[in-house]
Ligand binder design. Structure first.
Ligand SMILES: [Zn+2]
Ligand SMILES: [Zn+2]
Length: 94
């Protein structure tokens, strides 16, 4: 049983879709407007963000499945993974 009064029965015809600038939070009704705004107002920030994302995805390549530790180089991760398998062997034979 739902009775929430007049307001709830009024259908919403407005297009309430809004796009927000992820840098300064301004609101636009079209994504193209936001894209253009970002290109003109936040070009440097956008480049900076892309650089950071590249760095982060680079890091993700060397994350240990066992404990989540991450390493600068794949070789370090490999070495680290070996220490895990040694630990497991010790545990098994103990
Ligand atoms: Zn902005
Ligand atoms: Zn680990």
């Amino acid at each position: 049983m739902v009775n929430e009064g007049e307001e709830a029965r009024v259908p919403i015809f407005r297009d309430i879709r809004r796009y927000y600038c992820e840098y300064c939070g301004i609101c636009r009704s079209k994504k193209t407007l936001i894209d253009r705004h970002i290109l003109t107002e936040h070009e440097e920030e956008m480049k900076e963000k892309e650089r950071n994302e590249e760095k982060e995805s680079g890091k993700k390549l060397n994350i240990c499945d066992e404990c989540g530790a991450n390493f600068q180089k794949p070789a370090h991760l490999k070495q680290h993974m070996q220490s895990h398998s040694i630990e497991m062997e010790i545990y098994y034979w103990a």
